[in-house]
Write a protein that binds this ligand. Structure first.
Ligand SMILES: CC(C)(COP(=O)(O)OP(=O)(O)OC[C@H]1O[C@@H](n2cnc3c(N)ncnc32)[C@H](O)[C@@H]1OP(=O)(O)O)[C@@H](O)C(=O)NCCC(=O)NCCS
Length: 147
């Protein structure tokens, strides 16, 4: 499968938002993504494109020497082809190139698939944020990796 990974622009906002709605129970708003892609100087988004269609994305904030993954998602029909892994590796090398020393993220304690991906790329368990997710008050596991 010929998948191209590139930086997102504001022209990708509708595609990112539609994947967000499909993949998350508490999606970020369209407005939030417009802000991420235009105003937030710390944010960079990568998209995965296949056959002219955006099928996944990953967002990263790099703030001085700390990086944080905001969201990562791949459309259901395209999962299991290493697209999520490729997107995350891209975000990690981008953060490293921009002088980040470590990267963190939050993940639902029940989301074993995503946790497997993060562990595969070297992330370790940090703390628990109690009731972090507003839809069902699920706890978040903080994971982090040295870059
Ligand atoms: C998490 C997600 C981005 C993974 O994307 P993907 O392209 O399907 O994942 P990949 O094919 O790159 O898999 C990479 C690794 O993830 C883990 N993984 C992926 N799918 C898995 C599955 N069905 N079961 C268990 N582990 C899985 C494995 O460690 C895998 O490595 P391996 O194939 O060598 O075993 C995707 O499942 C998704 O969009 N989920 C919904 C949104 C979400 O939960 N995002 C994370 C929020 S914190």
């Amino acid at each position: 499968m010929e998948v191209c990974i590139r930086k997102a622009t504001i022209d990708d906002v509708d595609a990112i938002y539609s994947i967000e709605q499909i993949c998350f129970t508490s999606p970020w708003t369209h407005e939030a993504y417009v802000n991420e892609l235009t105003n937030n100087q710390f944010a960079t988004y990568f998209v995965a494109e296949f056959d002219g269609k955006i099928i996944g994305y990953c967002g990263v904030w790099v703030i001085i020497d700390e990086a944080h993954i905001t969201n990562i998602a791949v459309l259901p029909n395209y999962r299991g082809y290493k697209i999520g892994e490729t997107l995350l590796r891209q975000a990690m090398s981008f953060a490293k190139m921009n002088h980040a020393k470590q990267m963190s993220l939050e993940v639902r304690v029940s989301n074993e698939i995503a946790q497997n991906l993060y562990r595969k790329l070297g992330f370790q368990n940090g703390g628990i944020r109690k009731g972090y997710y507003m839809d069902n008050y699920e706890d978040a596991l903080v994971m982090w990796v040295k870059l």
